[in-house]
Design a protein around this ligand. Structure first.
Ligand code: PLP
Length: 408
């Protein structure tokens, strides 16, 4: 037997979201039309707006192609400072902002900077797939809180208090996602206030992944942790991918507003991480800066996108509600739907088998809930136009009917 050269930790590096991509490609090669509802990638359906593309082209034409300041070009830092002032009334300065190659890289830096072997960090289930991987990559372990499905997936505050009570070694951080992937929840102000309180009481760094902060449906209000946690150590994550409809630019950022010792140490260390990897894409940073500064064009583009997403999500939920095997909490933002599967009424062992068969039989690609720490669910990305979404959910419903235990 050949002994493996791989590290033990590396076995946790895995993505459930992309696990069926090869199978989907094979089906396509065999001539099947696969509807892909598994990737949260807005530009696939909403071309990145022209004013953003123009800014990118202009950056290239004016020679913005060298390495840049490692923590981000000052034009982008200023645009971010302005964004947080205008949207949330938060005062930031240049040093609080660390530009990364996507939130993905910010998460890697944060975990590397904070987590030692055997440390813990709190994440909530269902979680975005990278979170547990990012902790375990650095030898840490996660403590699992949860979002409560019975309470529209808002935070289970009692559960959170329970996992922290009496713990001698404090978790290194607590990470929440608002609006949420995979549930589409916009967290309530009350829950957020309590989370800030809990973080304060236990002296835990609070990290809030707010990458969907502009994708909030009519009737819901988004509150940034930055508005509530003033004076306490916290980190806000955001970027170009979703609100600016530019996933492939690979630009994200961490905001570390505090002037306390924990925040100061952290922002300086993350800046070191930024320097070691040189910089994020220079032209893409200039493009995002220009996009952020062009508020009129941005508001129009994001408004149209959110309107279309909201219509797709509404038609999907309406059809899902007709399915007796599924129970769906209505999303309030982002572009994900996360139905619960009544597995006892279907001829499947688990959610993995459910999504695998759905792809093979109906050519609709979704993601299993167990990949987000929530078995017996599946995630639908609802970015496609209403007609495609209706066709796909129609297939999901036929599929459930055909595999119902009461079907003969
Ligand atoms: N955080 C959440 C909650 C996400 O859903 C995603 C992507 O889907 C990311 C982070 C990754 O973002 P980025 O493209 O900035 O790396």
């Amino acid at each position: 037997m050949v002994s493996s050269k791989l590290s033990a930790r590396s076995r946790y590096v895995y993505s459930a979201i992309r696990e069926d991509d090869d199978l989907a490609d094979e089906l396509r090669k065999a001539g099947k039309k696969v509807i892909k509802l598994s990737s949260g990638d807005p530009p696939v359906y909403f071309p990145t707006p022209k004013y953003v593309i123009d800014a990118y082209v202009e950056a290239l034409r004016s020679g913005k192609t060298s390495y840049s300041r490692s923590q981000g070009v000052s034009e982008l830092a200023n645009a971010i400072i302005n964004r947080y002032k205008v949207r949330y009334g938060i005062d930031l300065n240049d040093q609080d902002i660390l530009v990364t190659s996507g939130v993905a890289e910010a998460l890697t830096f944060l975990n590397s900077a904070l987590v030692d072997y055997d440390d813990t960090a709190v994440i909530l289930r269902p979680y975005y797939t990278q979170y547990p991987v990012a902790i375990r990559m650095f030898g840490g372990k996660f403590l699992l809180g949860s979002y409560d499905e019975a309470n529209e997936w808002d935070i289970d505050l009692d559960g959170l208090a329970r996992i922290l009570r009496g713990r001698r070694r404090k978790p290194k951080y607590m990470l929440i996602t608002n609006p949420n992937n995979p549930t589409g929840t916009v967290l309530s102000r009350r829950a957020l206030e309590e989370v800030v309180e809990i973080a304060n009481e236990h002296h835990i760094l609070l990290i809030s992944d707010e990458i969907y902060d502009e994708i909030v449906f009519e009737g819901s209000t988004f509150v940034s942790v930055g508005e509530l946690a003033r004076g306490l150590p916290h980190v806000i994550l955001n970027g170009a991918s979703k609100a600016f409809d530019a996933t492939g630019f690979r630009i994200g950022y961490a905001v570390v507003p505090g002037v306390d010792a924990v925040s100061e140490e952290l922002k300086h260390k993350i800046a070191d991480y930024c320097r070691v990897r040189l910089c994020a894409s220079t032209p893409a940073q200039y493009a995002l800066a220009a996009a952020m500064n062009n508020r009129t064009a941005h508001e129009k583009a994001v408004g149209e996108m959110v309107g279309a997403i909201q219509r797709s999500v509404a038609s999907a939920v309406k059809l899902l509600d007709e399915n007796p095997h599924l129970t769906t909490v209505r999303p309030r933002g982002a572009f994900y739907i996360f139905p619960r599967i009544d597995m006892r009424s279907l001829k499947f062992k688990n959610d993995k088998e459910f999504v695998g068969s759905l792809l093979r039989e109906k050519f609709v690609q979704t993601t299993r809930g167990s990949g987000f720490g929530a078995p017996n669910h599946f995630r639908i990305v609802s970015l496609a136009p209403v007609s495609i979404i209706e066709e796909a959910i129609g297939q999901v419903n036929d599929f459930c009917k055909e595999h119902s235990k009461s079907h003969h």
